[in-house]
Design a protein around this ligand. Sequence first.
Ligand SMILES: C[S@@+](CC[C@H](N)C(=O)[O-])C[C@H]1O[C@@H](n2cnc3c(N)ncnc32)[C@H](O)[C@@H]1O
Length: 267
Amino acid sequence: MLKKQLREIILDLYHDESKHSVYQSMPNFVQEALDIEVKVNQDWRGDVERYHYLIKHLDFSNKIVMDIGANTGYFSLNIANHFAKNVIAYEPNENHGKIITMLAKFFELNNLKTLYEGVDLDKLSTLEKTDILLHFNVMHHAGHDFDSNYVKNISDLENYAINYLKQLREKAKTIVYQMGYNWGGNKSTPIFSAIDGIQMIEGVERICQKSGWEIDSIGLSKREEEKIVYDYYEYPIKSEDLKFLSEKQEGLSEFYKRPIFILSNTI
Ligand SMILES: C[S@@+](CC[C@H](N)C(=O)[O-])C[C@H]1O[C@@H](n2cnc3c(N)ncnc32)[C@H](O)[C@@H]1O
């Protein structure tokens, strides 16, 4: 397929006006080769710095990686292109999944497989085993985007997450986990009473204790000159580091106040 033709199709699919469209950026190698540009305000919601954080603190070389909720493939494409042995991307929005498939074909990324499916609780037992599993910003949509039979109320969410992560112990050695503060992304149904990182950390601690995962480290963002970057903290985080968190994160969006947890399987 000609580059121009591909660029037009990709941009059409990208702007499909669905709930999670215009969410991720395009990897640099895609932008450069196809002369394609998408505008995501990285000051409000970002993937570039999340990706830098990931590749600095996890070794993806020759690993089997799964991306649950891969969206338009920013992480899957980058990791398949630069590191991994195999990447399996799950994305239920077919338009967005097709972007990943078409770009993988164009760039001959034969190590990247995209499935246009969500990963609901009942699907977990069928997943392939992986080394590193990305679970980024999907869990707080349970009950809205999927599994509404299991998460009928916000009060069901914590036990659902425990159950979900417990089952993932059979499937992954490491999980990179991030979730939002509001159920279904709706501010009128907050999961925690403050958007300050502290309660989120306590909540994820509870989920991990009960599901058999260990928190290895936590990434917390801060503004640094013109950029927002994530700093790496070994777990447990020292109380003096947490004390200054709200100061460091003052003025940052809800998205950037979502910590990035690296979890390891205790099996
Ligand atoms: C908020 S976006 C997060 C995208 C990406 N993981 C990130 O953090 O940049 C949530 C994504 O999960 C997808 N999704 C919805 N239900 C899902 C399910 N049951 N399993 C996997 N992904 C799902 C959506 O289509 C969307 O692309």
